[in-house]
Design a protein around this ligand. Structure first.
Ligand SMILES: C[S@@+](CC[C@H](N)C(=O)[O-])C[C@H]1O[C@@H](n2cnc3c(N)ncnc32)[C@H](O)[C@@H]1O
Length: 293
């Protein structure tokens, strides 16, 4: 296998893991506990340094900040499934960019386990990037501060793979298209973009949880199926992040019809995993058209 993050283990929870987790395993949310067990096992086995991100620095899934093993697992699976030319046979070093990396929980884990790949994390949030540069940089991992609109501070056709976890799920339609075009600029021909965002699965979940009425659910579902991009900017004050301009950043929902139309000229849709990400966000794997090296 080209990439091997870890072999999944069903080994019983050892005392060491219980101690590391520091939580009472007999109560609480089963899903989270399973995730923590797996992550901790992997961390111990892979010897990934334990990093806890300070409260003032942005970090998703803070309770599981021992590294985003879940997303890393997806990245590795997609590399294994869809990579045409293994990194060892490529002319230039294989490189992966994580768009909207926040404080690096995904990319730091990947960089630790795949030292032959060059990784770049970008995010417009200064405190996250400062933290990541200070705490997580390593020879195969760089972090760059980006702007909220393209271009990224990188040359064209530099990357074989871009991951974007929960990024398009926040863009206005205008920004979604702008950033898609930017991905076409920075990827090498044949390169892959893996992104996650909420679509029909998210609407079903919201309806099931009672967050949306049947009327709202029906209306939104019909719009998604017609290929519309639904976007609501966050109200003032909510999730205001440092110097970020949140005019084009909020809650976005779209489905495969929107994506098929948007990518038609530039990308091929390699794979679509509906609600594949934590049972809520869809996963898209797009390949930049053109011949790979
Ligand atoms: C929902 S978080 C996801 C973080 C990371 N990918 C993860 O899964 O942990 C969204 C990230 O995108 C960043 N971001 C990227 N582009 C942005 C933009 N145009 N405006 C605001 N935030 C943006 C945020 O700073 C934040 O770190």
């Amino acid at each position: 296998m080209v990439f091997d993050l870890l072999s999944r283990s069903s080994a019983p929870v050892s005392d060491e893991i219980r101690k590391r987790l520091g939580i009472d395993m007999s109560v609480g949310r089963l899903e989270l506990q399973n995730y923590l067990i797996k992550s901790t096992e992997a961390r111990l086995r892979l010897d990934v340094p334990l990093v806890s991100v300070p409260p003032e620095v942005h970090c998703m899934g803070r309770r599981t900040s021992i590294g985003d093993l879940y997303a890393a697992d997806w990245v590795v699976s997609i590399l294994n499934l869809f990579l045409v030319t293994p990194p060892s046979r490529q002319r230039s070093p294989f490189s992966l960019l994580d768009l909207g990396c926040s404080s690096g929980r995904l990319i730091a884990l990947l960089a630790h386990v795949m030292p032959d790949i060059h990784f770049v994390g970008v995010d417009p949030r200064r405190s996250s990037i400062d933290y990541a540069v200070r705490e997580l940089s390593r020879p195969n991992l760089d972090f760059l501060l980006s702007q909220q609109t393209p271009p990224l501070p990188v040359d064209a056709a530099q990357f074989d793979f871009v991951s974007a976890v929960s990024i398009w799920s926040h863009f206005s339609e205008d920004r979604a298209l702008l950033w898609l075009r930017e991905m076409g600029r920075i990827l090498r021909p044949g390169g892959l973009l893996m992104l996650t965002m909420g679509g029909l699965g998210k609407l079903i979940k919201y309806r099931t949880q009672g967050r949306h009425s049947q009327r709202v659910f029906d209306r939104r579902t019909a719009r998604i199926e017609r290929g519309e991009w639904l976007f609501t900017a966050y109200p003032d004050g909510r999730r205001q992040g440092e110097e970020l301009n949140l005019e084009h950043w909020g809650d976005a929902t779209a489905g495969i019809s929107w994506w098929q139309r948007a990518i038609a000229e530039t990308f091929l849709l390699e794979a679509f995993f509906p609600a594949g990400f934590h049972g809520v966000q869809d996963i898209y794997v797009l390949r930049l058209k053109g011949k790979s090296n």
